[in-house]
Design a protein around this ligand. Structure first.
Ligand SMILES: [Fe+2]
Ligand SMILES: [Fe+2]
Length: 245
């Protein structure tokens, strides 16, 4: 089912509670009463059309209106992507870490294996941090500069110089698959980790890893299929307009 603006916000959560983290990225928190999506977005100053496309794409893997998503501003897209990064580092990674620590602390017999798991996740955390930092410090600022230049009447030589040193295609080739290592980690747990006495901890850990992986897939899809083609098109137009001078 595709969500539309007249649906009650509370029903969105009843339908899929995982959407709560997406809502939070837009500054929307629980306590909606009977307000609809449109009413809540208006109150929070959120672009309802962008919100709906992001939410629907998050819920339904087969729903991905990339052409429509490309019509929203780079500012709006990168703001959402940055908030998603913050969610990984401030919420999801600490949750997973504390579960692993709980497993290490409550287990006496397979401590060595669990410490290895902890190390593996630590490496992953660092890799994720490097990945998102590069995007926040280099890629997103670059895309914003491209959008700014694109919207200006006259193309400045400084943007042409910038495009000679970096391009969205460079990002596309260096953009590594951060989900792949997470898949390996899940596989180690599913296939080989000796089960602790309290299997609930291990089950919760697996659940959290699946949630993070799915969220990362959704996030990377926006970067690769929305941001990259949108910027590539803008770069092309900037070159064309500059050549005419
Ligand atoms: Fe990202
Ligand atoms: Fe990325």
């Amino acid at each position: 089912m595709i969500l539309t603006k007249n649906i009650k916000m509370a029903d969105v959560i009843h339908m899929n509670y995982h959407t709560l983290s997406v809502l939070n990225r837009f500054g929307i928190v629980l306590g909606f009463g009977d307000k609809t999506i449109e009413e809540t977005c208006k109150e929070k100053n959120v672009d309802v059309n962008f919100f709906l496309e992001i939410l629907n794409a998050f819920i339904d893997k087969d729903y991905f209106p990339k052409k429509h998503l490309q019509t929203f501003s780079v500012g709006l897209i990168t703001e959402y992507l940055s908030k998603t990064h913050a969610f990984y580092h401030q919420v999801k990674v600490p949750e997973i870490e504390s579960l692993i620590n709980e497993m290490v602390d409550s287990c006496y017999t397979q401590k060595d294996t669990l410490i290895l798991l902890k190390r593996f996740f630590n490496d992953y955390k660092q890799e994720l941090l490097n990945h998102t930092q590069r995007e926040e410090e280099v890629v997103y600022p670059y895309t914003l500069s491209i959008e700014k230049a694109f919207n200006q009447e006259k193309i400045d030589t400084s943007i042409i110089e910038l495009m000679e040193t970096y391009s969205i295609d460079i990002f596309k080739t260096e953009h590594d698959d951060i989900e792949e290592k997470l898949y390996d980690l899940k596989n180690i747990i599913i296939k080989y980790l000796p089960q602790p006495k309290d299997v609930r901890l291990c089950n919760r850990l697996i659940q959290e890893l699946f949630i993070l992986e799915q969220d990362l897939n959704d996030h990377s899809r926006i970067e690769d299929k929305v941001l990259v083609p949108k910027i590539r098109e803008m770069e092309k137009m900037i070159h064309q307009r500059f050549a005419k001078y």
